[in-house]
Write a protein that binds this ligand. Structure first.
Ligand code: NAP
Length: 248
């Protein structure tokens, strides 16, 4: 299902909502943090690099948007105990969670499966897939406390149609699509809607690494797509569950 990137954000549209964004320190995560905060949501900015998280925090505060919360967290090294602590911190500070956006990811490398570096395969699967599974499992109780919650998995065209040499990245996105669909069926009778989203190409580090030869300036800035994230976290999308969404 196609979703328009062109969404007019209304002030306070997400007032009183708490949304956790992974990889909030740069790229699409940074852009969506700014727009979600602009719409009044309190964004829990999860990322592994405190200095760049603080930089985005300053941007949000300087713009007089809703003040976010920083949550330094390494999705590759985190153990179940770290997720348990995150769960406890969210309950103590907010009592509930209204949105969980699995945005963080790494591209791995472009290589035939036959030669794919095994260590890099594990890292890519850990960050892109296993971390999303654990984060989801530990945060469902807080999402259950919300009257209208969202879980969104950032996917990719290579997670919907296989492409040679995209290796662990492509396979992890296929798996996220499966996780999203399975979870959407399990949570069908709850207030939690679960969907996947292919944001399309954007001018970020990840795109630059994947396509080193292209002119990066021809790719849309993440800021041109992030308003749609407000729509997807809003009460207007309670009818969407188990969908494979694509930003156009
Ligand atoms: N850009 C595109 O054209 C495009 C197209 C289709 C889908 N997507 C998807 O959109 C999402 C965002 O992509 P992007 O282009 O914004 O990527 P990006 O610029 O490379 O940013 C990736 C984010 O993930 C974070 N991250 C990586 N490993 C982490 C770890 N171990 N712990 C915590 N955070 C970690 C990074 O943090 P650090 O700064 O610490 O590395 C960064 O914030 C991804 O899921 C991607 O697959 C992007």
């Amino acid at each position: 299902m196609n979703i328009s990137s062109n969404y007019q954000i209304t002030q306070n549209e997400l007032k009183d909502k708490v949304v956790l964004v992974t990889g909030a320190n740069r790229g699409f995560g940074r852009a969506m943090t700014l727009d979600l905060a602009k719409a009044g949501a309190t964004v829990i900015m999860l990322g592994r690099d405190l200095a760049s998280l603080e930089g985005v925090y300053d941007e949000v505060v300087d713009a007089h948007y809703q003040e976010p919360v920083l949550y330094p967290f390494d999705l590759e090294g985190a153990t179940p105990e770290h997720y348990e602590q995150l769960q406890a911190d969210i309950f103590v500070n907010f009592g509930q969670l209204d949105g969980l956006i699995h945005n963080a990811g790494i591209i791995g490398t472009m290589m035939p499966i036959e030669q794919y570096d095994i260590k890099l395969w594990y890292s890519t699967m850990q960050i892109n897939l296993n971390a999303a599974f654990m984060l989801t499992q530990f945060l469902i109780p807080a999402l259950n406390k919300s009257a209208d919650a969202r879980i969104l998995f950032l996917s990719s065209s290579v997670g919907r149609e296989a492409r040679a040499y995209w290796g662990a990245y492509g396979v992890s996105k296929f798996a996220l699509e499966g996780l999203s669909k399975t979870l959407s069926e399990e949570l069908e009778q709850t207030n939690i809607c679960v969907n996947s989203l292919d944001p399309g190409r954007m001018k970020t580090e990840m795109r630059r690494t994947a396509y080193p030869a292209e002119n990066a300036d021809n790719n849309p800035l993440p800021e041109t797509k992030s308003p749609a994230m407000v729509y997807l976290m809003s009460n207007k999308t309670a009818h969407l569950n188990g969908e494979q969404l694509t930003l156009e």
